[in-house]
Design a protein around this ligand. Structure first.
Ligand SMILES: Cc1cc2nc3c(=O)[nH]c(=O)nc-3n(C[C@H](O)[C@H](O)[C@H](O)COP(=O)(O)OP(=O)(O)OC[C@H]3O[C@@H](n4cnc5c(N)ncnc54)[C@H](O)[C@@H]3O)c2cc1C
Length: 424
């Protein structure tokens, strides 16, 4: 028997608490037909097709019933959940395709959208399914072709003026409605500030599970399930997380952990303009304005050139020659955990297993030995230059170019040469 939910008419007082508690706005308060002995003017009606059977309405109504002196009212909502092997499973065979959320920032698709498309193509290839991208915002349909060129077979465009700026609640309702209608098999979001906050809300409202900040993702061909792996317990353990009984299987994916899917000109796909009923969405928060951080240095995850320092830097002021070289190369400054733990540079610069993953064209490492946890965050860099006193250190061995020497002599010499050649 499928899930079902109904309201016992004579117990409903029309108090609206259930409608307010519903995360997917599937409860309407309608005018009652007058009946003898029932003084209430409104009645709750639940749209079963939209209901995600999260139990929120049942809980709120039952709670009011417990407090009420009148034992004939409240406890008005009954939910009967489908039982499969004794568990509240979904029929996983009804869910198809690998979706990505193509995040926009200030009118532009973020690079991780293209990394997710590449990853989704690999996963969908194993499953023999299609790749779909969801783009949400105002006037965002223009980006559909770009997503198709980078690997999407279908692009769902959720376009509405109220979605111009990211607001958790609105975006969650918009995406959840689409998920419940289209039933994707897997859904990947970027592990960005927006993706982390948004993804967890969507997982809750769509009644499924999510793995946060995954660094490895694969499909088990036998079970067709997503194996999402992420560092746990401060990176001491790599945990592979499964979502067996609910769909879509969701994960936020660490930016730069996967290569971008290349652009293929002339690639074709389907664009679906999703109709929304924005007036039904609930909103307790609103976008006021965006203020960019002032004087913020380049973000390491977006940088094409990184100059990173480790314990060999020795102090906070020891980072000056790294900053000078990064400035000359128009790059960003990174660090090993040893330098961050010593308090010489803030955590946002940390590269590695428990820091950020980077994939620059050039990675210059000074005074970094190359322990496995550091390599986990930078080994996909195109060209690696290591400057170290110890020629036997692990990073010198794997670098494209290794320089044996004191970084306080080598770095200023490189910076001076670059500036000289540029005529500074
Ligand atoms: C669970 C867990 C998670 C971790 N996560 C991370 C992570 O995200 N990122 C990370 O980086 N580490 C991480 N670590 C720590 C990691 O194991 C190493 O301790 C750390 O990367 C070492 O940093 P380092 O190379 O700067 O220091 P060291 O290993 O001490 O190396 C310093 C190097 O500097 C060289 N040196 C010294 N002076 C000079 C000089 N004047 N000129 C040139 N070379 C010089 C030395 O020869 C040496 O090779 C993690 C560890 C654990 C257990």
């Amino acid at each position: 028997m499928p899930n079902s939910i109904f309201v016992t008419k004579n117990r409903c007082t029309g108090c609206t608490s259930c409608a307010k508690a519903c995360p997917v706005s599937c409860i309407d308060m309608v005018d009652r037909v007058k009946e003898a002995g029932i003084p209430w003017r409104k009645l709750a009606i639940i749209d079963e097709a939209k209901c995600i059977f999260c139990n929120a309405c049942v809980e709120v109504c039952d709670k009011l019933g417990e407090k009420s002196k009148n034992k004939d009212v409240f406890h008005a909502i009954t939910m009967v959940k489908e039982k499969v092997e004794g568990k509240n499973n979904v029929d996983v065979t009804l869910y198809k395709n690998v979706w990505i959320y193509a995040e926009m920032r200030h009118g532009t698709l973020i690079p991780t959208a293209f990394e997710l498309l590449g990853l989704a193509r690999t996963l969908a290839g194993t499953l023999g399914e299609q790749v779909a991208a969801v783009v949400i915002g105002k006037d965002v349909g223009q980006h559909a072709q770009e997503l198709i060129a980078h690997g999407a077979d279908i692009v769902y465009v959720i376009d509405h003026p109220s979605l111009e700026n990211f607001v958790d609640e609105l975006y969650t309702q918009a995406l959840t409605e689409l998920i419940l209608k289209e039933r994707p098999n897997k859904l990947l979001l970027p592990a960005s500030t927006i993706g982390r906050s948004f993804g967890s809300r969507v997982a809750i409202t769509a009644n499924t599970g999510i793995t946060a900040d995954a660094t490895e993702l694969a499909i088990d061909p036998a079970t067709r399930m997503l194996h999402a792996t992420r560092p746990s317990f401060g990176g001491n353990l790599m945990a592979t997380i499964l979502c067996e009984k609910h769909r879509p299987e969701m994960a936020t994916v660490r930016p730069m952990a996967f290569p971008r899917s290349p652009r293929v000109d002339g690639r074709t796909g389907k664009v679906v303009n999703v109709a929304v009923e924005a007036s039904k969405w609930k909103q307790r928060t609103r976008f006021v304005r965006f203020e960019a951080e002032k004087g913020q240095e380049q973000d390491i995850t977006a940088a094409e050139i990184i100059v990173a320092g480790g314990r060999g830097v020795g102090s906070e002021t020891g980072f000056k020659p790294l900053e000078d070289l990064a400035h000359a190369l128009k790059g960003a400054v990174g660090a090993s955990r040893a330098a961050v733990d010593a308090g010489w540079i803030p955590y946002r610069h940390q590269i590695g297993l428990t820091g950020r993953t980077v994939r620059p064209k050039l990675y210059v490492a000074a005074g970094i030995s190359g322990q496995i946890q550091h390599l986990a965050g930078m080994s996909s860099s195109e060209v690696i230059v290591s400057i170290n006193k110890d020629p036997e250190c692990a990073l010198n061995k794997m670098a494209t170019l290794s320089i044996e020497g004191d970084m306080f002599e080598v770095l200023p010499a490189i910076t001076a040469e670059i500036n000289k050649r540029r005529g500074h």
